[in-house]
Design a protein around this ligand. Structure first.
Ligand code: OXD
Length: 311
């Protein structure tokens, strides 16, 4: 069985190749390192952000295993044919990392650390009231495999957590709102709003001026999903107007975030470079290899993406 690994970072490609080789010793695992390589017989690919001509050079591909949780870059690939099944990583060690990232962010906000950073720049010594957890109900948009782990960890730490999902869902111990009529109510109750939903045509530009205005005064926005969920200029306006207290952004419309982007220097925005839940290659390769075994046995794949739905 020939498997092709594609990744924009050559070190990551090598790491994937070596890890997959350990789990699939009888497969030939090749890195797609040359733009002229054509593999007419490769049926399986594993990777992240394949180059524009990748699918033309691999015409027999049946399954693409994404080396990440979000598959929007693949579904928007101009030459991904309808016949290729796309499979995403499910948790694969990312859930606890993302939960820690969000918890740390909320703890910093409650201790007013972002405010002290601004005060420090002005050499200002002014103790502030900490924000209690009761004063900071958290709303999470997207309660998939990762979102649910974040929700549970925040609950365990004493935060009140509500979720908003696309379709009605009942989750033990979490109030879940859904649908257009509950959207504004959900936002209005979210003193800290965390975005963990995939990027789909439905979620693109979700947090526009109207949605940001529906958040309570002084709310915080944390985005660990995709930059395209937020309208950048509307976020800056909401912060400048004092309606929002701050934003912690890990994902951006363009990554790396261009040096000229206003987010970099905004005093109320903290930028991190898409690190809330980096792919854990060892665990992920084990998950992908188990799925390839299932494929060989003709069993259903886990993490198969519904291409209509977008995740
Ligand atoms: C992602 C990932 O989808 O890093 O963003 O896995």
């Amino acid at each position: 069985m020939k498997i092709v690994v594609t990744h924009p970072d050559p070190q990551e490609a090598l790491h994937w190749q070596q890890s997959l080789e350990r789990h699939l010793p009888s497969s030939a695992i090749e890195i797609d390192a040359s733009a002229s390589a054509v593999r007419p017989d490769a049926r399986i690919a594993v990777g992240w952000k394949p180059p524009a001509d990748f699918f033309a050079r691999h015409p027999a591909l049946e399954v693409f295993f994404c080396a990440g949780a979000g598959v929007d870059h693949l579904l928007q690939h101009p030459s991904l044919s309808d016949s290729i099944r796309v499979v995403r990583l499910e948790d694969a060690g990312m859930g606890p990392l993302m939960a820690d990232y969000c918890l740390q962010a909320l703890l910093q906000i409650s201790a007013r650390l972002p405010d002290y950073r601004i005060q420090q720049q002005r050499a200002r010594w002014a103790p502030l009231e900490p924000l209690t957890r009761a004063a900071m109900p958290v709303g999470i948009i997207g309660l998939g495999v990762l979102g649910l782990q974040v929700a549970r960890q925040l609950q365990q730490a004493g935060f009140t957590v509500r979720g908003y999902t696309r379709s009605p869902r009942s989750i033990d111990g979490i109030e879940v709102l859904h649908g257009a009529d509950q959207w504004l109510r959900f936002l209005g109750q979210s003193q800290a709003l965390i975005l963990i939903a995939p990027r789909t045509p439905e979620t693109e530009n979700l947090m526009d001026a109207r949605a940001l205005a529906a958040l309570p005064h002084g709310a915080w926005l944390i985005n660990v999903a995709r930059g395209a969920l937020v309208v950048d200029a509307d976020l800056v306006n909401a912060l400048d107007a004092g309606h929002l207290s701050g934003a912690l952004l890990d994902v951006f419309r363009e990554e790396p975030l261009p040096a000229s982007h206003p987010f970099w220097h905004h005093p109320r925005i903290q930028v991190t470079p898409h690190v809330s839940a980096p792919t854990q290659v060892e665990v992920s390769a084990e998950q992908v290899a188990a799925n390839i075994d299932r494929l060989m046995r003709g069993e259903p794949l886990q993490g198969l993406v519904d291409r209509q739905r977008g995740y």
